[in-house]
Design a binder for this molecule. Structure first.
Ligand code: ADP
Length: 557
């Protein structure tokens, strides 16, 4: 509620205490009385035209009964004459005064002779009350004796009539404004009462002046009288009150106040709640007369926020713990793999020596066993290297030695590397590789990527299948595609296979071996080359295609 609304409310309470209609009638009555008394008249009437029906109604009467007009109508009806032909009807029509020196000689008055006789007047003057050209009523003066009205008297009645019309006009304006004011106050009241937010006003000392239902509810009260007139100190915690006082002080000093203000309130039941306030001051001139506030109970919201904050904190801690655990795990994996690599390299080395019979003759049976040991130690070393790469990639310690490399050489070498594996399953490797310009990259790592993808293609393709290596070159990139006729990859797993330790189906692990690290390392290596790797598949049994795109030039160099 701003100042305007506050003064509107005040005006309304003032207006409510006087009955405008009654006041208006009294003024008209007074005008008529003064006019009649001044003229020493027998009686007088003031009639107003009803805008809707066009009929005359009594607005004031002097020494004549209020039923006079009805009696006039009645007499007219009895005589079968329309009122329009009467002296008053003539004034309404012409808009000019009409005087009758002797009623009993006036043919127009004939239907009313009886009435005049009974009431005791013999002459009369009818004057129009006008708004512009429109006649809105009549001021009529009746004299006991037959009487010729003088010019002076006529002027006097005319002036009185015009004053009466301006009273009517003003009264109508006031009534209209009153109605507008009433309507807007009603609208404001409705808003105030039905608002979801608590609305209230209190004076500078903190005494509550107005409060709506929602605010009562926030305070846990049902009776408005419990709150109106009470001090805000009753409804605030010590701390809340301190803040509220400080805000009022700021307002009084004209200092800026930050909104919204969140205060802890004390309900009737002594329960504490949190309320968010937005307040404004109501001024009269320079003086602050009241503080108007809107409050919303945000206790539940605050509780939720608090919970959320706690969850967030917990989550943050868990995340930190997880990160630390992950770091430790990576550390552990890289340490342990290093430790494994050294003995494995020497196991492999000595086995090779034995196998190659450098240390003395061995029989065929022994050679067969040594071959198995060699193959398995090679597998182990490969696995350890994979783990090491994964750990380095994760720690971002993966260093690449970029140089100009031939993808043709890399593809040929990788195809050769997997040839024994393919042969075992009678899988044909088809190469559709044009001559490719050299690119910037690390030969060893890129060879590992291609070998890994090729080896997977063979691993996941049944015997007698086909693996096709294709390549194409664009202006800035080289694209390698490796397609197989194998078991395929479900659409929803296509991106997940590049995650560490992810395998489409755990059971295939037993059948196919591997630990789910290869593709995640491939992705890491390709990304280090600023390239892309992705898979496509027709789904179950429809084969898969792995695409690798590498930029020819690399910013890393
Ligand atoms: P690994 O082969 O050691 O399990 P990878 O990271 O190389 O690990 O591959 C992850 C998973 O992706 C494999 O276990 C397999 O489920 C799936 N996958 C990879 N390549 C193919 C392929 N050519 N056809 C079908 N599935 C594949």
């Amino acid at each position: 509620m701003d100042r305007n609304e506050a003064s509107k409310l005040k005006a309304l309470s003032d207006i409510a205490s006087i009955d405008i209609a009654l006041e208006f009638e009294n003024i008209l009555q007074d005008i008529l009385k003064i006019t009649c008394e001044t003229m020493n008249a027998h009686s007088g009437t003031m009639m107003l035209v009803d805008e809707k029906t066009g009929e005359l109604g009594m607005a004031a009467s002097y020494r004549l009964g209020d039923d006079y007009i009805e009696r006039v109508y009645e007499a007219a009806k009895k005589a079968g004459v329309p009122l329009t032909s009467s002296p008053s009807g003539t004034v309404l029509k012409t808009g000019r005064y009409y005087s009758v020196p002797n009623v009993f000689e006036e043919p127009k008055d004939k239907p009313w002779y009886g009435l005049s006789n009974e009431l005791g007047f013999s002459s009369q003057i009818f004057t129009p009350m006008k708004r512009g050209q429109k006649v809105i009523g009549l001021l009529n003066v009746y004299m006991a004796e037959a009487h010729q009205f003088t010019d002076e008297e006529i002027d006097f009645v005319n002036i009185a009539a015009s004053q009466a019309s301006s009273v009517v006009h003003n009264a109508e304006k006031i009534m209209e404004n009153h109605k507008k004011l009433y309507d807007s106050e009603k609208r404001y009241r409705e808003l105030f009462e039905n608002a979801n937010d608590g609305i209230y006003t209190h004076d500078v000392e903190g005494y509550i002046l107005t409060i709506n239902d929602a605010a009562l509810e926030i305070l846990g009260c049902t009776d408005r009288d419990e709150v109106i007139g009470s001090n805000i100190s009753r409804w605030l915690t010590q701390e809340g009150l301190g803040t509220a006082k400080e805000i009022i002080r700021k307002y009084v000093m004209g200092e800026p106040v930050e909104q919204p203000i969140i205060l802890e309130i004390v309900r009737k039941s002594n329960e504490h709640r949190w309320v968010e306030f937005r307040i404004r001051i109501i001024k009269e001139g320079d003086r602050i007369v009241a503080i108007h506030g809107i409050g919303r109970d945000i206790t539940e919201k605050m509780k939720l926020e608090q919970q959320l904050k706690e969850y967030h904190e917990k989550l943050k801690i868990s995340y930190e713990e997880l990160k630390e655990a992950d770091r430790m795990k990576t550390e552990f994996v890289s340490n342990i793999t290093h430790e494994l690599l050294t003995p494995m390299t020497s196991i492999k080395g000595f086995t090779e020596l034995l196998y190659n019979s450098t240390t003395g003759g061995i029989n065929d049976e022994q050679k067969k066993s040594l071959k198995i040991i060699l193959r398995n130690s090679q597998r182990l070393i490969k696995l350890i290297n994979g783990l090491l790469d994964a750990a380095y990639l994760e720690k971002n310690m993966f260093e690449l030695k970029f140089a100009s490399v031939s993808m043709n050489d890399i593809l040929t070498k990788a195809a050769q590397d997997v040839q024994p594996q393919a042969r075992e399953k009678q899988i044909t490797i088809i190469q559709e590789i044009p001559h490719l310009t050299e690119i910037h990259g690390e030969e060893e790592r890129l060879t590992r990527v291609i070998t890994n993808v090729l080896s997977n293609a063979i691993k996941f393709t049944p015997d007698n299948g086909k693996v096709t290596i294709a390549a194409e070159e664009n202006s800035d990139t080289v694209k390698i595609s490796i397609a197989d006729t194998g078991i395929g990859i479900p659409a929803d797993k296509l991106s997940r296979i590049f995650e560490r330790f992810y395998q489409v189906d755990g059971s295939t692990t037993r059948k196919y071996g591997g630990v789910g690290l290869g593709l995640s390392i491939c992705k890491g290596i390709i990304e280090k080359h600023n390239g892309l790797i992705w898979a496509e598949s027709g789904g179950n049994g429809n084969g898969s295609t792995f695409h690798i795109v590498l930029p020819k030039k690399n910013q890393n160099i």
